[in-house]
Write a protein that binds this ligand. Structure first.
Ligand SMILES: O=C(O)CCC(=O)C(=O)O
Length: 341
C-alpha cells in the first residue's frame, strides 16, 4: 500500500483569497482545491493515511518542538516532571507519563501526553522549563489550526459545506504525546531476524492523528488490505495524517482506519522521537451518518446514532463496528484490531 503525499497549498490559497474578500478565486485556484479534495477523498477511502506538505507550519516551529522534547528526554531522569505545580494559567492537563524502561533491553520508550485542562478536572500541571511549555502550547495551537483545516477539506470531500465540522471542533479535548524510542542494539535485531517492533499494531480511536515523524529514523508502517506491511516515507518537514476509528464509523464505513505500527530495522534502529497529536471532536457531537447512500440502507437503520463521548468511552466496542458497513459497501478491509493509540 502506498501512502500518498498531498500538498495543502491549494486549500490555503483559497483561504487567503477568501480573507481578502476574493471569494471564488480564479478558475485555477478552484480547480486546485477540487484536485486536493479528490486526492484527500481517495486517501481516506482507500488508505486511511496521507502525508501532508505545504501545511502552513513553519519548519522552525517543528525543529524547536522536536529539539525541546529531545532535550527533555535526555535529562536524567525526568524527575522534575513529577514535581507537579499548581499553575492556573496552564492550558494543559497531565494525561499520562510513561517513564523510560529500566535495564536497557526494552524496545518501548518513554512518553508523555498532555491535553487541555479546562473542564477536565485533572491536575493543573507545568512542564519543567518555560521554553518547553511555551513551544508545547505553540505547537498544540498549530495542530488545532491544521486539524481544523483538514476537517474542512474532509467536509468538502464528503460533499458537505467547508464549515460542517466547526461546531464539532469547539471545546475539543485533543491530546498530544511526545514519544522517545530508545536505540535498538544490533544484538536485539539479530535475535529477532532484523525486525524489532517498537510500537504494536493498532488503530487510533479518535478522529484524526497528525504525526510529526522523526526525520532521521524511519519505522512507521501501515498494513495494506492484503495484510502486507508497507513503510510510510515522509520527507523531512512533512506531517503524517491518519484517520482514527471514529471517522469510519461516522462515514458508515466509507472511510477507513488503517492498522499501523513502528518497527526498527538495521537502517532504522537509532533513537527515535515522534510527536502525535490525537485530534478529537467534542464529546457532545452526535455521530449522525455523514454518508447515507449505502447500497443496503437497512444496515444503517439498525445502527443507533451515538455521541462522540459514547464512542470515546466505549471505543473498543465501537471501533470495529464500521467494518460492518464497509462490508455492506463491498470494501474488504484489513483484519482485526488489538489496541488503540
Ligand atoms: O511513533 C510513531 O511514529 C507512531 C506512534 C503511534 O502510532 C501512536 O502513538 O499511536
Amino acid at each position: 500500500m502506498e501512502v500518498p503525499t498531498i500538498s495543502l497549498a491549494p486549500y490555503f490559497q483559497v483561504q487567503s483569497k477568501a480573507d481578502c474578500n476574493e471569494l471564488g478565486g480564479s478558475d485555477d485556484t478552484a480547480a486546485g482545491l477540487d484536485n486536493l479534495v479528490a486526492e484527500v477523498r481517495s486517501a481516506c477511502e482507500e488508505v486511511g493515511f496521507f502525508i501532508v506538505t505545504d501545511h502552513g507550519i513553519q519548519a522552525q516551529l517543528l525543529d524547536h518542538m522536536r529539539g525541546e522534547c529531545a532535550t527533555f528526554f535526555a535529562r536524567p531522569p525526568q524527575s522534575t516532571i513529577l514535581g507537579m505545580m499548581q499553575a492556573d494559567e496552564s492550558r494543559f492537563a497531565w494525561l499520562d507519563y510513561v517513564p523510560p524502561p529500566s535495564g536497557g533491553t526494552s524496545t518501548t520508550g518513554a512518553s508523555w501526553s498532555l491535553g487541555p485542562v479546562t473542564g477536565r478536572g485533572s491536575l493543573p500541571w507545568q512542564l519543567d522549563t518555560e521554553t518547553l511549555r511555551a513551544v508545547w502550547a505553540l505547537y498544540y495551537t498549530a495542530m488545532e489550526r491544521l486539524t481544523a483545516a483538514i476537517m474542512s477539506i474532509f467536509a468538502l470531500a464528503l460533499g458537505l459545506p467547508a464549515a460542517a465540522f466547526r461546531t464539532a471542533l469547539e471545546d475539543h479535548r485533543s491530546s498530544m504525546r511526545a514519544i522517545v524510542y530508545p536505540e535498538v542494539s544490533e544484538a536485539d535485531l539479530q535475535e529477532t531476524h532484523g525486525e524489532v517492533v517498537r510500537s504494536r499494531e493498532h488503530t487510533d480511536w479518535g478522529c484524526l492523528t497528525v504525526l510529526l515523524p522523526d526525520p532521521a529514523v524511519a519505522g512507521l508502517e501501515v498494513c495494506g488490505r492484503d495484510g502486507v506491511w508497507a513503510p510510510v516515507r515522509a520527507e523531512a518537514g512533512s506531517l503524517v495524517v491518519n484517520l482514527g476509528d471514529l471517522l469510519p464509523l461516522w462515514t458508515r464505513g466509507r472511510w477507513v482506519a488503517t492498522k499501523h505500527r513502528v518497527v526498527a530495522r538495521p537502517d532504522s534502529r537509532g533513537k527515535r522521537l515522534s510527536i502525535p497529536y490525537f485530534g478529537l471532536v467534542n464529546r457532545g457531537t452526535m455521530l449522525e451518518p455523514l454518508v447515507r447512500e449505502l447500497p443496503d440502507e437497512s444496515a444503517l437503520e439498525q445502527e443507533p446514532v451515538i455521541s462522540a463521548g459514547d464512542f470515546f468511552d466505549r471505543h473498543e466496542e465501537y471501533a470495529t463496528r464500521w467494518q460492518k458497513f464497509a462490508a455492506v459497501q463491498g470494501a474488504p478491509l484489513a483484519a482485526d484490531k488489538d489496541s488503540s493509540g
